[in-house]
Design a protein. Structure first.
Length: 158
């Protein structure tokens, strides 16, 4: 699928850098988690810039939100508290809220908002290593996007 906001490079491909003989599976899993936080941070920066307002909190959901490491990393990178609800699988819950709002079961969005229960809050810490990794990741991604490498398996052109 390539890269979406803010780079909009649909032909971009994944890459792993810094692999050595000592690289193990857990290093690759950690890199995947970090890249999720890094990509989210890129989008958060664009959102704040476009809105002209500073964000005050991140509310997360979805299966990845169950990962404590990922949520703490997101808090550290964004400098914002990250709020994880009791129910991270919110697709069905959102559909139920919308249906209930439509038929008048709930009065308004504020009533639905009052139903949200926070399970855990991740507070940002000064994580210099995470910020350095993020900057290195941005440089690597910017280099890949600039190079516009051909898709895997495509014949190389001169």
């Amino acid at each position: 699928a390539g890269l979406g906001s803010p780079r909009w490079a649909p032909d971009a491909r994944g890459a792993l850098f810094g692999l050595t003989g000592a690289t193990r599976g857990e290093h690759i899993v950690r890199a995947a988690l970090e890249s999720m936080a890094f990509q989210s941070q890129d989008v958060l920066a664009v959102m704040a810039s476009e809105a002209g307002e500073a964000l005050t909190e991140l509310r997360v959901d979805g299966g990845a939100a169950a990962n404590d490491l990922l949520m703490q990393l997101q808090a550290d990178l964004s400098g914002l508290p990250v709020s994880r609800p009791r129910s991270v699988e919110s697709t069905a819950l959102g559909a139920a809220y919308l249906a209930g709002l439509t038929v008048g079961f709930w009065q308004d969005e504020a009533e639905i908002e009052s139903l949200r229960q926070e399970a855990r809050r991740f507070l940002p810490s000064s994580n210099a290593a995470a910020r350095k990794s993020y900057e290195r990741w941005r440089q690597a991604v910017d280099g890949l996007v600039a190079a516009r490498l051909p898709p895997a398996g495509a014949p190389e052109t001169e």
